[in-house]
Design a protein around this ligand. Sequence first.
Ligand code: PLP
Length: 413
Amino acid sequence: MAKNASAVCDRHFGQPESNLDSVKPTVPSHPAWAEIDLNRLRSNFQLINRFKPPAVGLISVLKDDAYGHGAIAVASEALAAGASLLALATVGEATALRHAGISAPILLLGQRHSQELEICVRESLTCCVNDLETACQLNKVAVDLGEICDIHIKIDTGMSRYGVRWNETPELVREVSNLPNLRLRGLMTHLAMSDEKDKTFANLQTSRFRSVLQELDVAGIRIPLRHVCNSGGLLDLPEAHFDMVRLGLLPLGVYPSQACRRIEGLMPVMAIKTRIAQIRTLQPGDTVGYGMRYTATQPRRIAVLPIGYGDGFPRVRNQGFVLIHGRRAPLVGGVAMDALTVDVTEIHETCPWDEVTVMGEADNDEISVHDLARIKGSVSYDVLTSWRERLPRIYLKSSRRLNHETSLLGSQG
Ligand SMILES: *Cc1c(COP(=O)(O)O)cnc(C)c1O
């Protein structure tokens, strides 16, 4: 240990190291953090706008705090990029955006309890309707409040989750049309397999959706907003774009799978960083961490990082890497709640409080969301939404660090 506490190791604690010219270094409340690059977010939206046909509208899906990126910040960029609808999963998420002053149309995904309907009408939330009973209840609430309520009907074309079964849809559409205070604005379905090579099921779902539209067409009914595609569908199913696409993952610069089409220049928006809290030297035979999952066979230098599964890092053992000085340091031992350990024997210049990239790029290397998904045995969506609230979100804009409020005011750095 004494060897590591040398004179060269006197770096300061603060986050992040770059772009601090206008910001006083402060001792952070938590020794690890998430950086959200709003410039990249804006650029991703622009690239997506160039990729998709101009007539296809954008629904920005912001559930689970925009997959951990901050729903308000992502909503602002999405609306600036021309999104005409924001989609959320719960009434709580929707009212939080309303309270933040966002008056744009909001589509509430999923199913509503009867007790949620009044707030939906009061806050002008567009509900997805899956059944006649909820439609009737919503209509009654709207009548009582003297409001007209927009709805989209969700069609189950094979995912067997939310929605009315596709062959029962025309009947529901006709019945809903008789409810005076509901305005049927949209028809939608959701794809179970949009981002994999095999598009057989996605094509079957699309053809079921199309058959509903045709049946309605014959009856002289045309619903203005028809939407099917998520990120995978935008990339790989041009024949299913219809009037709008619902994008959550792609604007964040992450692809839903390795198989789907790429958009040149898209960049991941979120990075996870920390700093080395301590460096220790192991002798042969020393073990590391709970369960003694790693035993040194030679002298090793080990860095302790103050981030763990309590922050959302996958609870793995002897798997994965972080980047220190642009080089890969392998995890050794198990991940604890607040700490993990990496081997820095080969990265000689490593000092306490050096910055560490846990997810993201450094120099010419990257720990991608998909790398972490692989060691977690899960998918990119799960990795992004697993980063816990206790990791402060640092918003980067125009090469400067801004706090949340400043970035919302649209102030330029
Ligand atoms: C989450 C969600 C989306 C967004 O999917 P991405 O793959 O993140 O683009 C779209 N539609 C529905 C119904 C969803 O629940």
